[in-house]
Design a protein around this ligand. Structure first.
Ligand code: FAD
Length: 126
């Protein structure tokens, strides 16, 4: 099992409709290729974790990286993992638009996904 975590910036504003369209397609494609993960959007910034077989993850990341709707993709972390962290989700999604990165309420309601992503992110800050 392999994971890849990256960040990127939307080139233009994603409406709720744009995000829904993206997610419907992502979830269908990811189910077909056995990819799971989480996508977080906040004010035009994306953080996404992809997990699955190494070849499938790298192939999907190549497709996503080439997507002209965003740019500035930076891989924060990638490599083998013992097991999936998002086994139930073809692509879990959070859309945050508040001033704080995460409010205490969001953190307590969503410990699993948010903390996993932030933990991976913080590892890269050493
Ligand atoms: P189509 O949907 O037919 O797309 C063909 C081409 O058109 C692609 O180059 C695509 O980038 C472009 N395109 C599609 N819709 C639009 C649009 N509304 N505006 C402009 N260009 C468009 N895909 C996944 O399968 N799984 C993911 O987890 C995933 N995560 C993503 C995360 C982010 C932040 C972004 C920006 C995109 C993500 N995508 C994801 C979409 C991915 O980049 C491809 O668009 C998608 O996989 C292509 O699907 P398709 O082969 O069915 O082709």
């Amino acid at each position: 099992m392999y994971h890849l975590l990256y960040v990127s910036h939307a080139k233009k504003k994603f409406t709720d409709g744009d995000l829904t369209e993206l997610l419907i397609k992502a979830r269908k494609n990811n189910s077909d290729t056995n990819i799971t993960g989480m996508l977080i959007h906040r004010d035009g910034n994306f953080i996404q974790v992809l997990e699955g077989e190494e070849d499938a993850v790298k192939k999907l990341y190549g497709i996503i990286e080439a997507d002209k709707r965003h740019d500035g993709t930076i891989v924060i972390s990638e490599g083998p993992i013992p097991e999936r962290q998002f086994a139930r989700w073809a692509m879990d999604f959070r859309n945050y638009s508040k001033n704080a990165l995460f409010t205490p309420e969001e953190m307590s309601n969503d410990k699993y996904g948010v903390l996993m992503v932030l933990t991976e992110f913080v590892k890269t800050m050493r």
